[in-house]
Ligand binder design. Structure first.
Ligand code: AMP
Length: 213
């Protein structure tokens, strides 16, 4: 019998908690967590030509051109661990990307995480990230054990350039204009389920599991 495929998309505005949920669910399902934002940040840190081209768009909170993102995603999807499925976090971000993804791979479910804008802003401005292992903290709701340091490797936590107020405003507008239309797109395909993202990561994780059951 063929193994069950888990090809899942996490949709939702920046700050809604997709990355946190994807990190724990990917371990449970045994499929890789593919965050195009993380893949791009690695390219930026490594100063690859693609990273250098992406950086200005990212720091300002705008979308990186589709062709660059597609290139990085295609390479990642070709890795052997993605043969059993994947959990896509932050892709697709517009209709053209959704159509390109369809040419690459089918998906079984799309979960859309929902939270009011004032709570998104609160989560984004409190977010701190470990530059080494990419673990995400929040100074209000998920602080590290020792202030400013990663629990796992002791690295000094940073605030993402795009978590500054001006970039947050741009990212929320970009989501509303370019990404939100994907909700209708996947609803019409019968793939969409919504998840209430209020509450603790554990509470949201419970709703995610119920939705995917
Ligand atoms: P994220 O970590 O998902 O919030 O992504 C951070 C930034 O990376 C975004 O604001 C975009 O500049 C860029 N990015 C990530 N994923 C995509 C995508 N699918 N399409 C275009 N840009 C992306």
């Amino acid at each position: 019998m063929a193994p069950t495929m888990h090809r899942v998309i996490f949709l939702g505005p920046p700050g809604v908690g997709k990355g946190t949920q994807a990190a724990s669910l990917s371990k449970e399902l045994g499929v890789p967590h593919l965050s195009t934002g993380d893949l791009l940040r690695v390219a930026v840190a490594a100063r690859t030509p693609l990273g250098l081209e992406a950086q200005g768009h990212m720091d300002a909170g705008r979308l990186v051109p589709d062709d660059l993102v597609l290139r990085i995603l295609r390479d990642r999807l070709a890795a052997p661990d993605a043969a059993v499925g994947f959990l896509l976090d932050g892709f697709p971000r517009n209709l053209a990307q959704a159509q390109r993804l369809e040419e690459i791979s089918p998906v079984e479910s799309v979960l859309s995480f929902e939270l009011p804008a004032h709570l998104l802003i609160e989560r984004l401005s409190g977010r701190r990230v470990c530059p080494k292992c990419l673990t995400v903290y929040n100074i209000a709701t998920r602080p590290p054990k020792s202030p400013g340091r990663c629990d796992l490797d002791g690295a000094e936590l940073i605030q993402r350039p795009d978590d500054q107020p001006a970039a947050i405003t741009t990212r929320l507008a970009v989501y509303a204009e370019q990404t939100a239309p994907l909700l209708g797109y996947y609803r019409r395909k019968g793939l969409l389920q919504t998840v209430d993202a209020h509450g603790s990561p554990n509470e949201v994780a419970g709703r995610v599991r119920t939705a995917l059951r």
